[in-house]
Design a protein around this ligand. Structure first.
Ligand code: IPM
Ligand code: MG
Length: 380
């Protein structure tokens, strides 16, 4: 198989982790006989510095002409406390999502058994958790009209949803639930927000086409609580852009660390794969970032964009094997981890690669395989 992949390292640790993701793709190409070619492009803070634009046209053209995108992160501390800066790294990411029509953001939350102790949540509450988030990605308050008035003393961001935007992601969530635990939890704030009342109405309507899937509704505040109280009670979670952003960071604790969570953004054309963690400038350049979220994003790419299930399984089982052998980055090390088992970013990447083999059956995949990791085949 021949595929053209654009690597968008972006800012901060984005560069460090995508380098490892790329190495994994190269090794997969070698082991399974695929021809992956790579092109790099700029986005975020570095793109602003170089061109004045967080998503230069040159980047966008490359993105529209490739088979899949591996993205790192965007963001820079310089912008965080300075609202006067009008051109911001995050705008590059948002524009990219919109321009490429990436309306469905899939965030699988699945705990590798080896990391039961890495989370701040009790192991008995966590064990067996397996949640797939469908976060709507191109609507909501992220893209509604925003601005200032009254000489800057009033600010507004319009929370807005259109019926078709809710319908198309709801269908994806229900189809996916049919292949998993047959349950969708739709999260909104319909007791207060009109946009949430439309959300609920449309989700109810769509659910009639999926009688085998149980639908429940939860308010965002209650869902945030239940996610930690009883993560096993969730299967597929369907929610809007803002609520999904918040809930998935919270849910990362169910998978042990933000450094473990991969995501896929899909729509009608090309797919984009990225860790859910950000640019993490506090650890940038130290070589300690966890590359596993980027590597697991590669697994999602192989599965969802290229239909290469065996190859995706090989990546996931290599990660599992690495963890089973006790290798950790600092974020997933616990009190019992010996210091010689704590690896830097590159060594973690190398260790995963050393375990990549064609023979996935040789590895006892207890915790994961792509079928349970994402059950994606039917949703693309
Ligand atoms: C994410 C991030 C982005 C978002 C930021 C960087 C704009 O937090 O992908 O979850 O809010 O969508
Ligand atoms: Mg986020």
């Amino acid at each position: 198989m021949k595929k053209k992949i654009v690597i968008l390292p972006g800012d901060g640790i984005g560069k460090e982790v995508t380098a490892e993701g790329k190495k994994v793709l190269e090794k997969i190409g070698e082991v399974f006989g695929h021809e992956f070619t790579f092109e790099e492009a700029e986005i975020g803070h570095d793109a602003i510095e170089a061109t004045g634009n967080p998503l230069p046209d040159e980047t966008l053209i490359k993105l529209k002409n490739c088979d899949a995108i591996l993205f790192g992160a965007v963001g820079h501390p310089k912008y965080d406390n300075d609202p006067t800066l009008k051109v911001r790294p995050e705008q590059g990411l948002l524009k990219m999502r919109k321009e490429l029509g990436l309306y469905a953001n899939l965030r699988p939350i699945k705990l590798f058994d080896e990391l039961l102790e890495a989370s701040s949540i009790k192991p008995e509450i966590l064990k067996g958790s397996d949640i797939l988030f469908f976060r709507e990605l191109t609507g909501d308050v992220y893209f509604g009209e925003k601005g200032r008035k009254d000489e800057g003393k009033t600010a507004y961001d319009l929370m807005i949803y259109q019926k078709y935007e809710i319908e198309r992601i709801a269908h994806k969530a229900f189809k996916s639930a049919q292949t998993r635990g047959k349950k969708v939890t739709s999260v909104d704030k319909a007791n207060v927000l009109e946009s949430s009342r439309l959300w609920r109405e449309v989700v109810n309507e769509v659910s009639k086409q999926y009688p085998d899937v149980k639908l429940e509704h939860q308010f965002i505040d209650a869902a945030a609580m239940k996610l930690i109280q009883n993560p096993k009670s969730f299967d597929v979670v369907l929610t809007g852009n803002l609520f999904g952003d918040i809930l998935t960071d919270e849910a990362s604790q169910i998978a042990g660390s933000m450094g473990m969570l991969a995501s896929a953004s899909i729509g009608d054309t090309v797919g984009l794969y990225e860790p859910i963690h950000g640019s993490a400038h506090d650890i940038t350049g130290k070589g300690i970032a966890n590359p596993l979220a980027s590597i697991l994003s590669v697994a999602l790419m192989l599965d969802i964009s290229f239909g290469l299930k065996t190859e995706a399984d090989a990546v996931i089982s290599a990660v599992e094997q690495t963890l089973r052998d006790g290798w950790r980055t600092t974020d997933i090390a616990d009190g019992k981890t010996a210091s010689n088992k704590v690896l830097n970013t590159q060594k973690m990447g190398d260790t995963v690669i050393s375990k990549l083999t064609k023979n996935t059956e040789a590895i006892n995949m207890t915790a994961l395989n792509t079928a349970t990791y994402i059950a994606s085949t039917s949703i693309h």
